[in-house]
Design a protein around this ligand. Structure first.
Ligand code: APR
Length: 247
């Protein structure tokens, strides 16, 4: 794996740097979790309008739950990869560190990150559509689908669907962290879905050094200060190594 890390980036890889890492589905690809876009993307195979919108759930909650159950079963059989582990290590290495993810798979939690802004929710949470009670799932939801709340209402996956607002606290604090960081990593995201995709743009506008890590150039790449083309699970360990050797 040969990726050239610039001198400018190397100089920023010290504990005193305020760092934000922003991740998308690509960071979980090497764990075996399908991404949404690109060659084997889920949206090439499945119809997002039938599976990931409030309207889809209202018209056919069982179909929506069957799809999310399929994803939960798949994710329950995989593990965090080297990229997740480096991002967990970063949380303790950098004096000020913020992890913002679009992913709902829970692999950053399992890799050891303790403070995560989850912009698109969490696959392992459910929320009642009637009383809004939320609950953490420790196992796969019981049949029959859709699962029901104690109040009798339907439980929905605790994820943000297309057409829904992002959780206000998570997003506003993500923007605040992005506005104040010195180094912003955009890892494994196509940077196509807003408002999350606004974050690397805000980082750049506010003067952070913005680095993209991706196997191909994203919609944001032309605005990045540095593009490290490669797999997250291979590039991030190189960055960790550069953090630990005197430059
Ligand atoms: N390492 C780094 N990047 C990778 C890897 C890898 N091993 N494998 C794939 N990628 C890149 C792809 O090149 C692509 O740019 O990851 C990106 C994945 O893009 P998407 O599938 O669009 O995922 P994401 O950007 O997270 O999508 C944002 O869209 O469908 C919604 O809610 C869903 O949170 C998701 C949002």
């Amino acid at each position: 794996m040969s990726v050239a890390i610039s001198n400018k980036l190397s100089c920023l890889l010290v504990p005193s740097t305020n760092v934000v890492v922003f991740t998308g589905a690509g960071v979980s690809a090497e764990s075996g979790v399908p991404t949404f876009r690109g060659i084997d993307g889920l949206w090439n195979e499945f119809n997002v309008q039938e599976l990931a919108t409030p309207q889809a759930f209202a018209s056919n909650p069982v179909r929506v739950w069957e799809w999310y159950l399929w994803r939960m079963e798949l994710i329950s059989k995989v593990d965090p990869n080297a990229g997740h582990r480096v991002i967990s290590w970063m949380e303790s290495f950098f004096s000020e560190f913020t992890l913002i993810t679009q992913n709902v798979d829970g692999l950053h939690d399992r890799a050891g990150n303790r403070h995560i802004f989850k912009l698109h929710g969490d696959l392992w949470e459910v929320r009642c559509v009637r009383c809004s009670k939320t609950a953490k799932l420790l196992t796969l939801p019981p049949h029959p689908l859709p699962p029901a709340c104690e109040c009798g209402g339907l439980l929905r996956p605790g994820v943000v669907w297309f057409g829904e607002m992002l959780p206000e606290r998570e997003f506003s604090q993500s923007v605040a962290a992005t506005e104040h960081c010195q180094l912003f990593f955009s890892v494994g995201t196509s940077a196509e879905v807003y408002p999350a995709a606004q974050l690397p743009i805000i980082a750049k506008e506010k003067g952070a050094y913005v680095v993209e890590i991706n196997i191909e150039r994203s919609a944001f790449a032309c605005r990045a200060d540095e593009v490290l083309c490669g797999k997250a699970g291979e590039v991030l360990p190189l960055i960790q190594h550069r953090c630990t050797v005197p430059f």
